[in-house]
Design a protein around this ligand. Sequence first.
Ligand SMILES: [Zn+2]
Length: 112
Amino acid sequence: MEKKEYPCPCGGKIKWKREQVLRDSIDCGILDIEYCEKCGEEYFPEESLEIVEKKLREAGLWGVQRKEIKFWKSGTSLTTRFPKEVVDKLQLDKVKRGFMYSEGKNRICIEF
Ligand SMILES: [Zn+2]
């Protein structure tokens, strides 16, 4: 497959690398990854994404659908609710604490 270089939205240059990929602690093997030298953002090319999806599906960790959530302002903090389907699927009702961090500009990751 031809490896094309193209620019990242941040203005940096996208490069290729092959690296061991862990997703949700599932070893997806060594895959092609596109990454930006400037902002560090990583992108999975189609082929790699398919492998990751397959591995996660095998582990039963894929298929939590994209759901809309709303945010409410309460005092100086923000409250949101997780949809029931997501709570059930990931058994979030058994979780007492987790960690959150931002991943890029418009994404939040929560680990538990
Ligand atoms: Zn970038």
